[in-house]
Structures are given as C-alpha cells and as structure tokens.
Design a protein around this ligand. Structure first.
Ligand SMILES: C[S@@+](CC[C@H](N)C(=O)[O-])C[C@H]1O[C@@H](n2cnc3c(N)ncnc32)[C@H](O)[C@@H]1O
Length: 254
C-alpha cells in the first residue's frame, strides 16, 4: 500500500525554524547559486518548489534574484510570508508541486531539503518532473536534492528525537521499511498557547520515500529533462555510497 502524506507541515509550521536551527540555510542557498554558476545557468527568476517557511529566499534576494515560492502547506506559507515580509521580489503561494500551473517560465527551479522524498510513488515524481519541464525557461536549470537510504539507515531507523524548549516541545519517532523504502515519522508538537498558558498538542505523520539515482535519472529523461550532474551533499564532489543527500542539476532535453 502506498503511503500518502496528508495534513503534513500544519502543526510543524510554527516550530519548523526552531527544530532546524542548526541547519546553515544561508550556506545552502549560496551553494545552489554556486551550482547555477558552475553549470553556466543565467537569468534571475527562481521558482522554489516546496519552499517551506522560505529559509533560502533572503540569500537569493540579496543576490539580486526574484523568487516565487510554492508549498502545499498553507501554514508554512503563512510563516514564509510573515518572516520575509520586508523583502522585495519574493512571492509565496500555496500549491502542490505535482499539479501547479503558473503560466510562466523560470530560469532556475529548485526543490530542496528532501522535499522530493515526500512524493511517495513514482507516478507522482514523474508528474512533478513534467510540471518542472513545463515551467523551465529554454536555457534554465532545475536543481533538487534527495535524502538517501544511507541517511535514513544511519539516522531515521527506529530512532526518537525530542526537545523540550521553553514554548515549544516535540517528540519525533522514526521507522524505516526496507522493502517499501518508506520512512515513517510520527511527530507530536506541543506549543504554548499564550492566552491560556496551556500547551496544545498537534500530531502529524510524514512519509518519505527513498529513490535511487538510477530511477531519478531515468524518470527525468522520460519527462523531457536531462541530468547534467549530481553531487554529494552540499559539495562539488561526486555522490558516493555513504552520501546522505544528493543534489541533481538538470536541464531541458534539446
Ligand atoms: C523538509 S521541508 C523543506 C522546506 C524547504 N524547502 C526548506 O529547505 O526548508 C519539506 C516541504 O515540502 C513540502 N511539500 C511536501 N509535499 C509537497 C507537495 N506535493 N507540493 C508542495 N510542497 C510539498 C512540505 O509542505 C514542506 O514544507
């Protein structure tokens, strides 16, 4: 049975930046620009799919880009708009990366931080790639990453993470099914309601599927795109069997 994501990044939205506070998103956003330059990509219009709370956007705007951010979670988009309200040149909209139609082309399309892994079947990944193709400018580039099975086996197989912070706490339980390649994360978030002084609990279950580079390259090809390169994590080195994340750079087929 395919595990579909429903109601994800709702209760998580207000705590996401806190939970991810040790991730250097500024360095990551600069790395995406480094990949763009390395592959000779031009133009300044970025479409950031599954943009979440808009953690990459400030760096890109600072470098002169215009950004449209799309995410399926209204709550994440509310946070993205609130945090980035002082930035010019960025728009955040609710949308599903498998089904959107903006009627515009973009020079760079991104989908970052394991967001593709949320598409838990191959047909959805191909639908997503076809939407990317339809929105990519003729010389544009598509940069995305995926979490690898090595990462899940090291960090998310029968593990529990928890933090008890002043106004926010969470319990994050993980399991991995080697046969289906799906990682299940059960979250409980506790947020202080300042009006009542009580903690409110929200729960979410996330499913993420691990894909091989071989499958992703093949599906890119079937959807009118072609892989230009892939890289280990946030580096310019080739991926290897212990890579915990792989970045792909793709373009349109001639
Ligand atoms: C791990 S977060 C990454 C967010 C952001 N890219 C970042 O770097 O912080 C995954 C995001 O993918 C979004 N997402 C999952 N499935 C999606 C879909 N089908 N369409 C659009 N967004 C999706 C979630 O709502 C969530 O914001």
């Amino acid at each position: 049975m395919t595990r579909k994501n429903e109601g994800i990044y709702t209760g998580f939205a207000q705590g996401y930046d806190l939970v991810m506070r040790d991730v250097d998103f500024e360095q990551w956003a600069r790395h995406i620009l480094r990949l763009r330059d390395r592959h000779g990509l031009e133009g300044n219009r970025i479409l950031n799919l599954a943009c979440g709370t808009g953690v990459m956007e400030p760096t890109w705007i600072e470098h002169g880009f215009e950004v449209v951010g799309i995410d399926q979670s209204e709550e994440m988009i509310v946070e993205a708009r609130r945090k980035n309200s002082d930035l010019d040149g960025v728009v955040f909209e609710v949308g599903d990366m498998r089904e959107f139609d903006l009627g515009e082309k973009y020079d760079l399309i991104t989908c970052l931080y394991d967001s593709l892994n949320y598409l838990t079947d191959a047909a959805d990944v191909r639908k997503f790639f076809r939407r990317v193709k339809a929105h990519l400018a003729p010389d544009g580039g598509f940069i995305f990453d995926v979490a690898t099975e090595a990462n899940i086996l090291d960090n998310f197989t029968e593990t529990t993470y928890a933090e008890n912070l002043e106004e926010f706490a969470y319990i994050w339980e993980n399991s991995y099914n080697l046969r289906t390649k799906i990682c299940q994360s059960d979250f409980a978030f506790f947020r202080l309601d300042p009006n009542t002084g009580q903690f409110v609990r929200r729960i979410e279950t996330h499913f993420q599927k691990m894909y091989s580079s071989r499958d992703l390259n093949q599906w890119l090809g079937k959807c009118g795109l072609k892989t230009l390169a892939s890289y280990d994590g946030v580096t310019l080195n080739p991926p290897h069997s212990r890579s915990d994340r792989i970045h792909f750079v793709a373009g349109l087929q001639p």
